[in-house]
Design a protein around this ligand. Structure first.
Ligand code: ADP
Length: 529
């Protein structure tokens, strides 16, 4: 059996016995067969000793059991790695950052504690997946939408604390939460916001409570275990309409994105959209391939002409509108007016859907996630030959200039690395978060040690290239957390020092998720340097 760093086999055996007493023997997993299930199936360390495999997993079924596990971990200084459902593939899955940690698996805590369709919120435990909550809402005929992450099998809490995003107006998942219950590293339970007031009637309605607002300290963090979390839900809208705006010239990107930013920041468009170009999806086209093969590549005019011939814009965005049918129609009218200043802009109205949708209509949705219906269809993206990917996910400004610059900078960086931006560069630049663009690159994982070694080096290089241009990752795979935190270095790493000070105060034994986001407990800090 693997042993957590610095823990003797006798102590570990005692701890395992005590975990079993706390949660039940069948919920402590130590066999290779069971523990293997917690490995990251998209690990960039396949077939290498460096792969961080857990030593065991413990699955409590309630907050008292979580507290008991934390107390035992403190006694024996055993690192715990918290997961809710452990499905954040591309960012680490269910595997710990530090090898031989014990995975604290909260999947069994899957109670939906409340769904309110008058004030539009839910209170859930960590094991509740998007599918679970969606089914509950359907079964009870409640008039609220959830905002699923692209793969709907993950949990609301795991995704929100990792600051994941979706597509509807509630798409910034951490921003959409209201109120938490947290088990602290010393085993104490705390409720935040109005939850700190015993008998509070507004835990899921008013976020801040009284005094410093601490909730952010428990996202992308190793300071607590979130055991309950409230979420604001979107009232089921009357209608959903999309409208696509296409513009003919490369230089139209500036006014196109400026118009989008205006519409989003004025709350006229509130959903995820992305700037698309047919040049990305026409990769296999022979004429385009011939243009690209020209010495020095095609000129902008040649590309513009080629697209014009095909009756396609150089850029397009599909705007999502949610609300009463009259309102979405007016919003689309207004958007068209806004973009009509761009010469040659064309507009295409999508189907207006009304809710609840007739199940027969469902196949019409290319992406049901945009209308609050969880799905797993995103797994089609990597194609059949994919062995997995890690996400490279920088945030760039919502301007045309920034998009063109990012495109150039990353294309050059990929070229230098001897790679091409593959078809997985599919989601960028997207408005999953307000006021900025998220650019998402799927970076390949292979079952080939040499290729993975090279890919890891390349991934680190991309992080640095992005940082040199003022773009930071919003989230990263456990393998790159240290490198990303290194780039957030203003005033000689003042932010990391702050995190370390808090970590040392709250978790002196360093038991919770060591190394998460580059934050190590004092006892392990040197080893990480
Ligand atoms: P999902 O359930 O959406 O698949 P994960 O369980 O993979 O999400 O969690 C994503 C990351 O968020 C984990 O690596 C972990 O660091 C953190 N996390 C997940 N659940 C919790 C929780 N209940 N409390 C604190 N951190 C958590």
């Amino acid at each position: 059996m693997r042993l957590p760093p610095g823990v003797s086999s006798a102590d570990f055996a005692d701890a395992i016995k005590q975990f079993q007493d706390a949660v039940g023997k069948e919920w402590v997993f130590t066999s290779d067969e069971d523990v293997d299930l917690y490995r990251d199936s998209y690990s960039p360390f396949w077939h290498e000793d460096e792969e961080p495999i857990p030593s065991a997993a413990v699955a409590p079924d309630g907050v008292e059991q979580v507290q008991a596990v934390v107390k035992i971990a403190n006694k024996y200084k055993i690192p715990l790695w918290t997961i809710s459902t452990g499905k954040n593939l591309g960012y680490g899955g269910s595997a710990p950052l530090l090898g031989s940690s014990v995975v604290l698996d909260l999947k069994r805590m899957d109670r939906i504690l409340e769904v309110n369709d008058k004030n539009h919120y839910a209170l859930v435990e960590p094991g509740v997946s998007y599918f679970d909550l969606y089914r509950y809402i359907q079964d009870n005929n409640l008039k609220v939408w959830i905002d699923p992450a692209d793969p709907g099998w993950g949990s609301l809490i795991g995704n929100a604390v990792d600051r994941g995003g979706g597509r509807t107006p509630m798409r910034d998942h951490f921003d959409a939460h209201c109120g938490m219950e947290v088990v602290l590293p010393n085993g104490e339970v705390m409720r935040t916001g109005m939850g700190a007031l015993p008998g509070s009637k507004t835990w899921q309605q008013y976020r801040y409570g009284f005094g410093p607002y601490v909730n952010g300290m428990f996202s992308q963090s190793n300071l607590g275990i979130v055991t309950k979390m409230g979420f604001w839900l979107f009232p089921e809208p009357e209608a959903y309409l999309t409208g696509t705006v296409s513009v003919p010239k490369r230089d139209d990107l500036g006014p196109l994105v400026a118009g989008l930013a205006y519409l989003m920041n004025s709350s006229i468009v509130l959903g995820t959209t992305s700037v698309a170009s047919p040049l990305n999806f026409l990769r296999g086209d022979a004429e385009l391939a011939a243009l690209r093969a020209k010495p020095g590549g095609p000129s902008t005019q040649e590309l513009e002409h080629y697209l014009q011939e095909k009756n396609m814009g150089y850029w397009s965005i599909e705007l999502p509108f949610y609300g009463p049918a009259k309102v979405v129609a007016a919003q689309w009218e207004y958007a068209k007016e806004k973009f009509s200043g761009i010469e040659g802009a064309t507009f295409k109205e999508g189907t207006l859907h009304r809710f609840p949708v007739d199940p027969k209509e469902l196949p019409q949705f290319q992406n049901s996630v945009a209308v609050g219906i969880p799905s797993l269809s995103v797994f089609g993206v990597g194609g059949t030959r994919s062995e997995g990917h890690v996400w490279f996910s920088p945030i760039v400004p919502m301007t045309g200039e920034a998009v063109l610059e990012a495109q150039q900078v990353f294309a050059d960086a990929y070229k230098e690395m001897g790679m091409s931006i593959g078809p997985l560069f599919f989601l960028g630049p997207a408005s999953n978060y307000p006021r900025c663009f998220l650019v998402l690159f799927g970076f390949p994982i292979e079952h080939d040690v040499e290729k993975n070694k090279k890919n890891r080096e390349n991934f680190k290089r991309l992080i640095k290239v992005a940082a040199e241009h003022g773009w930071g990752e919003y989230r990263t795979h456990t393998a790159f957390m240290e490198t990303v935190m290194d780039t957030y270095s203003f005033n000689n790493h003042a932010l990391r020092r702050f995190h370390e000070t808090v970590k040392d105060a709250l978790d002196p034994n360093g038991i919770l998720s060591p190394g998460k986001c580059g934050i190590w407990p004092k006892s392990m800090r040197k080893a990480s340097a």
